[in-house]
Every structure is written in C-alpha cells, then in structure tokens.
Design a protein. Structure first.
Length: 499
C-alpha cells in the first residue's frame, strides 16, 4: 500500500572540504554521526523521458530505511511529495496509475542507475529531537540506455525532519554559504544524471512562440487546459482536496474554447473532442457535486440549535454523504479507461496539428472580440428570459442554463485577455461574480432536491422529517435573497458586456 511523505530539502555543490560543522545554527544543539549508507536506485521513465520533462521522478531503491518504490511530485522549489510503495520487481499498480496521464501506452523502462555513498549526520536540538538530516553524497550515475555513459559527483543534501520549521533551512544555508558552498544547479540527482549522461541528440524543438495571431491565442489557452488536465490527474486519484473541481474546470474551459471559437477552429474536427470533454466533465461532476452538497447540508445542520434537530438527521446525512466514496472509486475507473486516455491523445493531436480556419491567421483583437461578444449576446438573452420568469422550477432551469453560458463567456474572455487587455479582464471579473451567485443558486436547487429525498426516507422509516423541512425552508429563503441579488448583479455585468 502506498503512503505519502512531504520532502523539504536543499542541495549544494560539494567542494571537497566535506560537510561543515552545523552545531549552534539556530536550535541545532548537536550533530550526530550516523555513518555511511549505501543506496542503489534505478530510475524509470518512458523512452522519450515524459516524466523527467514534468519534473517527476520514479525510482526503485534499495539500501537505507526507506527501500522501495518512490514517485516524487514537485510542489514548490525544494518541496516534493514522495509516494512510497513496498519493494518489488515491477512498478506497483498504485504508482503506475499516478503517472498514467503522462505515460499513456508507453512502457516505463529503466533509464538511469544511481549508486550513492551517503555519509549521514542528524541535526538535533537540546532534547535530542531530530530537526534535519544533512548528508554528503558521493554519487555514481550510469545511463542504462544507449552507449551507457557514466558520471560522478559529490553533493551535500539537507532535508528537514517531518514537521520541522522550514526557516531552519534558511539559517543552515547561511552557514553553508559562509563555508563556501553554493546551491546545486540541478533540482535533483536524476536531473543532473540525465544531463551529464545524455547521448548526443538533435536539439529539442523550440516551444510555442509568443501568440501573434488570433489562432495562437486560442491554442495557447487550450494548451494550458490540456496541461492542467494531465497535471491534476494524479491529484484526483489521490483525493487531494479541490482537485476534482479544478480538473472539471479545466475540462469545461477546454470545451468552452472549442465551442466559442468555431470561427477559428474547424468544428468538424473539434466537435468530437468537445463531446468527449463534455463526457469527462459529467463524470467528474458525479464526485464533485456530491461533495459540495454534503458540505452544504452539513454546514446548515451544524448551524441549527440542537432543539430543532429531531430524529437521526445527522446519521442519515452522514450515510448519504459517505456514498461519495463509491463515486470516487467510479471516477478512478474513468481515469483508467481507454476512453479517457484516448481523449488526452486527441487533445495532443489537435494541438500538434490544429484545424485552423482562415480567420485564425488574422490579428487577434477583432477576431477574438467578435467571438466573446457573440457569447455575451447569448448570455444576455438567457439572463433576461430567466429573470422575467416567476420563481419556481422553470426559473431555476433557466438560471442554470444562464450559468453555463456565463461560464463560457468568462472562459472566452480569459482566452482573449492577453490580446484584449483591460476590457477582457473586466469581463472576466464580472462573469466570475455572476457565476458565483448563479452557482450558489444552483447548489440550493440541488440541496432542496436532496432534502426532499432525505425527508422521504426519514418518513418511510417512521422518523420525524421536521428538521429536513426546516432546512428546506431556509434554502428557499436563501434562494429568494440570491435571486434579488442576481437582478442587481446582472445590471452591472450587463453594463460590462455592452461595452
């Protein structure tokens, strides 16, 4: 079973003088010699080094206290999350799943072997509590593909103990710099090994040029959403908070881009991709919607005085909320499916050979503004229709449709921001405020539906449905306030749209 460790460390170039004495740096009361540990790690990647390109490292390591399979995700400079699984001969499935969005159907093969003699020191405080580990590593790297080039170097590594204060690393760095050491130019041993053992190869193709045409701007925005989908995949699998929501937003942004800018991209090509994005957004919504509703209902129940909670309401709500775990298992299956991986491949293909129409080659301001205004006109019609309806289910449905169009208008403005500047930023802000209110309203619609279902279950079991009815009434009152606020917010947003 895999577990996760947050790794906070810094690396320094060793100058041959060894590890300087760090006693007395901040709370460091003593430096304890823990001897030399022999580490042997084989790093895996695809032949075209897809993991390395994303700053991910996957290794099988023996020696030391944490022998096993390790997968590291970058979090921030010097900070990585290390996923660990027990030692075995093949990549564990729980580890392989976390890189599937990048690897797809490529094989993971041994790429580099690193053997390190690690001279370890423990930095402890006056009570003997471990604060950090400092080591002098003598590393031998061997490329396992091609001619098998090798490299050798030494480096100093300082890793913060679990729960330690990151400020200690700053104080230790001052001492290390004073001793003549400098931070390593490579972010990891693997990056250094790959650079120093790389076979001669043609120069890597240049990345996308700065956007110049209308099509360039749209493709840059679409590329960012594709990258977000791939990057968020492992976070969704791991159950990282808000990751499902962020992945769903990236999916909707990508689909919205394909639907809004049909004047620039051939819909005959993008249509099937958009349909698959809609499918993925729906699958992501199964888990996300349940999570949002559970939080909303739990918060509302917690706000009630105990005297107004009759019957096992909380137990019923907890059981209902726990159903989301099944939804998460379903979502993991979706991310493992051929259909999902084919969608990622289709996005890659679309970006590699975009189906640009003639208008895509024009200057961006006019072409992008035209597409954004078109979405704005449709939103205006939907909002005015919805607000003219009396409160009730028909208005709820109409406001939900307006919400979807407001999101699409927002994403269109985001895609056009670099070209259109302040007007697009103002529109993005206005649409964000509008969709927040519309989202709260739609969540209330779903909450009332859930409360009716929970009340029916309680009634059938001979329990009081009083509390469910009370919560329902509060949701109705909240909806009325939101609809009044929406009318005012729409006046302001409409002014921005009409500019």
């Amino acid at each position: 079973m895999a577990d996760t460790k947050r790794e906070i460390e810094r690396k320094y170039e060793a100058d041959g003088s060894g590890l300087p004495d760090l006693t007395g740096v901040g709370p460091v009361a003593a430096v304890l010699d823990r001897g030399v540990v022999e580490l042997d790690a084989t790093y895996y990647d695809t032949a075209d080094e897809r993991l390395a390109a994303a700053s991910l490292t996957l290794r099988r390591r023996t020696g030391g206290a944490d022998a096993g399979w390790h997968l590291k995700f970058p979090v921030a400079p010097g900070v990585r999350d290390e996923i660990r699984a027990p030692l075995g001969d093949t990549v564990p499935e729980e580890i392989a799943a976390l890189v599937r969005s990048r690897v797809r159907d490529r094989a993971l093969v041994p790429l580099v072997r690193l053997r390190s003699a690690r001279d370890v020191r423990h930095l402890v405080d006056a009570n003997g509590t471990l604060l950090a580990e400092a080591s002098l590593d003598t590393v031998t790297a061997e490329r396992l593909t091609g001619p098998g080039a090798t490299a050798r170097w030494t480096e100093i590594e300082v890793e913060l103990a679990d729960g330690g204060d990151p400020a200690l690393l700053d104080r230790l760095e001052k001492r290390l710099r004073a001793a003549g050491l400098r931070p390593s130019a490579s972010p990891s041993k693997l990056a250094r090994a790959l650079a120093q053992t790389a076979p001669d190869r043609p120069a890597e193709p240049a990345g996308p040029a700065a956007p110049e045409t209308a099509g360039d701007h749209v493709l840059a925005y679409l590329r960012a959403q594709r990258d977000a989908l791939v990057a968020l995949d492992p976070a969704v699998r791991r159950g990282i908070p808000d990751s499902v929501h962020r992945m769903r937003v990236a999916t909707r942004r990508a689909r919205g881009t394909l639907r809004t800018f049909t004047g620039l991209l051939d819909r005959a090509v993008t249509g099937p991709v958009g349909a698959e994005l809609k499918w993925l957004a729906g699958e992501l919504g199964v888990d996300r919607d349940q999570e949002v509703l559970a939080d909303r209902l739990t918060t509302a129940l917690d706000a009630l005085p105990p005297a107004l909670v009759t019957g096992p309401v909380r137990e019923r709500l907890t059981a209902w909320a726990e159903a989301r775990h099944g939804a998460h298992a379903h979502l993991t299956g979706v991310l493992d499916s051929h259909r999902y991986l084919a969608l990622l491949d289709a996005l890659d293909a679309l970006l590699a050979d975009p189906p640009l129409r003639t208008a895509a080659g024009r200057k961006p301001k006019k072409a992008l503004a035209r597409a954004v205004r078109k979405d704005g006109r449709k939103l205006t019609a939907l909002m005015e229709h919805a607000l003219a309806l009396p409160p009730g289910e028909e208005r709820d449905r109409a406001l939900h449709e307006a919400r979807k169009k407001a999101k699409r208008t927002r994403y269109a403005a985001e895609a056009a921001t670099e070209a259109l500047g302040a007007p697009a930023r103002s529109l993005t802000k206005a649409m964000k405020g509008l969709t927040t209110l519309l989202g709260d309203h739609q969540d209330g619609v779903m909450a009332r539906r859930a409360l009716r279902e929970l009340a029916a279950v309680a009634h059938a079991a001979g329990e009081s449905a009083f509390t469910h009815g009370l919560l329902y009434g509060r949701e109705e009152s909240r909806a009325a306030r939101l609809e009044a606020e929406l009318a005012e917010r729409w006046k302001k947003a409409g002014t921005v749209l009409s500019r």
